[in-house]
Design a protein around this ligand. Structure first.
Ligand code: MN
Length: 478
């Protein structure tokens, strides 16, 4: 009780509101961007279907899905602008802010207790009874926890890593998890070589900035939760788990505590992934669940595999990393985008203030070195709106000649999830869609109609045009 009072005192002296999921939902609710579904939507397929339908429009809260006590929320981000908004910056400041946060992380603040441990279930956990875990895409093997931060500690240094992994509910207290060759797998291999399990926590329901930060391309032992703190401008409060030493956000909704077991692999998948195809079933690592802790009335967050929220969450942090990577060598690079059509992973558009004619090809080669997922690079001039795929296509249509502006590289490393690759061996293509430096001014002068941007339709049009049709001899069809 004493610690609880100490905490509320500490909270009341804080300048900012708590950086939790509810703060973001409250912000969305203010502008009617948080839809409430009718009660009892099915956790199997139906919840994902409604979410997909609204993925570019509204965040959705589902009360009692399949009769479950705990509500589910989806679509925390519905536009690229909403990502900038969650960090409190304008769209054009988003990548710079993200880079700044990755360079200047803010250490977490450890607290003795937090809302996420108001209710404890230690031992004998039944995940599907406790939590409303949906099944998302048609051929998914079953219910998946898709929006959990997997937090693990380096067994040697004690530093924490934060990542999102797809988690298949395989049994009452068992989870199949896909570990791609990044930091979680690195920590797990250290533990497994010593014959140990790796202690982990799965954190569900946090401020979306924590999800974004988890996707930063940081170095090993750089704690992504500290990047989240920098993005929010306030340290994330963390609390120690009940059954292991992992520190989790104290203001989260739900935490699953457990261990990735050494020398155990069990079937996981298929699961609908970001390229809009299924990741196949195979033997993968297994989490043994030891405890579930949560708020008194928690909210469960889920991300539909391959949906817009999934794409944009991975896309923006990668853009920030790629922009930084390119600007290190090429000062003419102004901005980059990973458009949705390229699944926010494979296709990159680079906007430059062109200085010399050879440079776009160097930039193309540099971009391939920035991330192995990059499969196609288009370089455009600064007058092209790279948020509009039609404009990029127009630049290719009118500023690109395949016999001299094309770069093709075969047999490089690509994405294993790209079904057209040979198990990840992939070709790369680069398109220089920039205008020549010495082009005569009128050759690439974009047409425009003077004054279009200043037209006021309330002044230009008659209030009710219908009255005047007959005056022009036009008979209104009935
Ligand atoms: Mn990491």
């Amino acid at each position: 009780m004493a610690t609880k009072n100490a905490r509320s005192l500490q909270a009341s002296t804080k300048q900012e509101a708590t950086a939790d999921l509810r703060r973001w939902l409250g912000h969305l609710a203010k502008d009617n961007r948080l839809a409430i579904a009718r009660e009892g939507i099915s956790l199997v397929d139906e919840l994902a279907a409604v979410s997909k339908k609204l993925e570019l429009d509204q965040t959705v809260l589902f009360p009692s899905p399949s009769g479950h006590d705990i509500p589910v929320v989806t679509n925390l981000f519905t536009t690229r602008s909403s990502v900038a908004e969650s960090i409190g910056v304008r769209d054009e400041e988003l990548l710079a802010k993200f880079q700044d946060a990755a360079r200047n992380p803010l250490p977490c603040r450890e607290v003795a207790t937090g809302p996420v441990q108001e209710v404890l279930h230690i031992g004998n956990v039944d995940l599907l009874k406790l939590l409303p875990v949906p099944k998302h895409n048609e051929l998914d093997s079953g219910p998946y926890i898709t929006a959990a931060l997997l937090i693990a500690r380096n067994p040697r240094t004690g530093r924490q890593n934060v990542a999102i992994h797809r988690c298949q509910v395989s049994g009452p207290d068992r989870i199949g998890v896909l570990l791609l060759p990044r930091h979680t797998l690195n920590y797990f291999r250290m533990a497994e070589e010593a014959g140990d399990a790796l202690d982990i926590a799965l954190v569900i329901g946090i401020h979306p900035v924590c999800l974004l930060a988890s996707q930063a391309i940081a170095a090993l032992d750089e704690d992504e939760m500290e990047i989240a703190g920098a993005l929010l401008g306030q340290p994330i409060d963390v609390v120690k788990c009940k059954t292991n030493t992992v520190r989790v956000p104290a203001d989260a909704e739900i935490v699953i505590e457990g261990r990735i077991l050494p020398k155990v692999r069990e079937p996981e998948g298929p699961f609908g992934e970001f390229p809009q195809y299924y990741g196949p079933r195979a033997d993968r690592e297994v989490i043994q669940v030891d405890a579930v802790t949560h708020r008194r009335q928690p909210i469960f967050h889920t991300i539909v595999g391959g949906g817009y929220e999934h794409l944009i969450l991975g896309g923006v942090p990668r853009e920030a990393t790629l922009l930084q990577h390119l600007q290190r060598s090429f000062p003419s690079v102004l901005d980059v985008r990973l458009p949705r059509g390229g699944t926010c992973r494979y296709h990159l558009v680079v906007k430059i203030k062109k200085m010399s004619d050879g440079e776009p090809k160097n930039i193309i080669m540099g971009a391939f070195g920035g991330h192995y997922d990059i499969k196609r690079v288009v370089v455009v001039d600064q007058d092209v709106n790279i948020d509009d795929s039609d404009e990029v296509e127009w630049a290719i249509a009118t500023r690109f000649q395949a016999d001299k502006d094309l770069v093709v590289i075969s047999g490089a490393q690509g994405s294993k999830l790209d079904p057209s690759s040979r198990n990840g061996i992939s070709a790369k293509v680069g398109l220089d869609a920039t205008t020549p430096v010495d082009a005569p001014p009128l050759d690439f002068k974009r047409i425009r109609v003077k004054g279009e941007e200043n037209v006021d339709l309330s002044k230009a049009l008659q209030p009710s045009a219908a009255r005047t049709y007959e005056h022009f001899g036009i008979k209104v069809e009935v």
